[in-house]
Design a protein around this ligand. Structure first.
Ligand SMILES: Nc1ncnc2c1ncn2[C@@H]1O[C@H](COP(=O)(O)OP(=O)(O)O)[C@@H](O)[C@H]1O
Ligand SMILES: [Mg+2]
Length: 273
């Protein structure tokens, strides 16, 4: 039975891309509650992007192949829900912002989603201006997104997701082109949104930043979820075997023979000095 704090639920989700026999996802079943900030990890090509695209129905609606299983978002069967309705519930930040930017000014770009989802013009403008400030781009409102750097365009894409105020936010390596300070700022925003009940699923290579911010980690390998739990999952010896970077503190704790949860490990390492 779905619980009422369920934001997203996948049941037996399998997918092979058109023309390929191998299953990128092979019977994935999992549930995401409201307020979770989930880090999705696994080696390149393990299916993180595919997983995210199944969550919002982009697979199989736009990306063709052999899909089976069920995805339910906020109680709606994604396969039977219109694109606009899904867009109201869920924002998607692509790995390459080029894939989603098409307006001629930053403000128009950020406003587009909220207006398309039925937000009033005034409210959409206020939400968009606030989101542009939040991602660290004040003063960029009237610029052409195409004149911005890759990192700045990625911030515009993140601002689009923030302005839309959707319950579910799916992000595909959104900070890979950002500097450290911008990455910290974005994760601060995401942590705050999750505290306010948004559900955020983020494919991310940077396990250090996930360790600090994620409330849950899911590792994918060979089409399946192989590890799923609190951030301490990143300390699991299997993480390295999956081709995922082991956070520095985990290696240090291992060398020093310290075990426990993240906070305990941090405290014990500090006590040693
Ligand atoms: N459009 C596509 N057509 C065919 N195969 C694809 C397509 N997109 C991804 N794949 C394949 O699916 C697998 C998973 O890809 P992806 O979900 O992009 O992994 P990740 O995001 O973890 O790097 C890879 O083997 C990749 O080559
Ligand atoms: Mg990917």
């Amino acid at each position: 039975m779905p619980q009422n704090n369920t934001a997203l639920e996948l049941e037996g989700v399998s997918f092979s891309y058109e023309g390929r026999k191998d299953r990128v996802l092979d019977g994935i079943t999992t549930r995401f509650a409201r307020g979770e900030l989930v880090g999705l990890v696994g080696k390149v090509g393990c299916g993180k992007s595919t997983f995210l695209m199944c969550c919002n129905g982009l697979i199989p609606r736009e990306v063709k192949g052999d899909f089976s299983g069920n995805v339910s978002m906020l109680g709606h069967d994604v396969s039977r829900t219109g694109v606009q309705e899904i867009a109201r519930m869920c924002s998607f930040v692509f790995q390459d912002p080029q894939d989603q930017i098409f307006n001629t000014t930053v403000l128009e770009e950020v406003k587009f989603g909220p207006i398309a989802c039925g937000m009033g013009a005034k409210q959409a403008e206020a939400a968009s201006r606030a989101a542009i400030r939040e991602v660290g781009l004040p003063g960029f409102e009237e610029l052409d997104p195409l004149e911005l750097s890759a990192g700045q365009r990625q911030k515009v894409a993140i601002a689009c997701a923030l302005a839309q105020d959707s319950q579910v936010i799916l992000m595909d390596e959104p900070v890979s082109s950002l500097d450290w300070k911008s990455t910290m700022d974005i994760f601060d925003i995401l942590t705050r949104l999750a505290k306010n009940g948004k559900t955020i699923i983020i494919a991310e290579h940077d396990t250090e930043v996930l360790l600090e911010n994620a409330s849950r980690i899911i590792a994918i390998d060979s089409g399946s979820i192989v590890l799923d739990g609190k951030r301490e999952v990143l300390f699991d010896p299997r993480i390295a075997k999956l081709g995922v970077r082991v956070p520095y503190i985990a290696r240090l704790a291992n060398e020093m023979g310290i075990t426990g949860d993240y906070e305990t490990i941090k405290r014990r390492i500090i006590q040693k000095f």
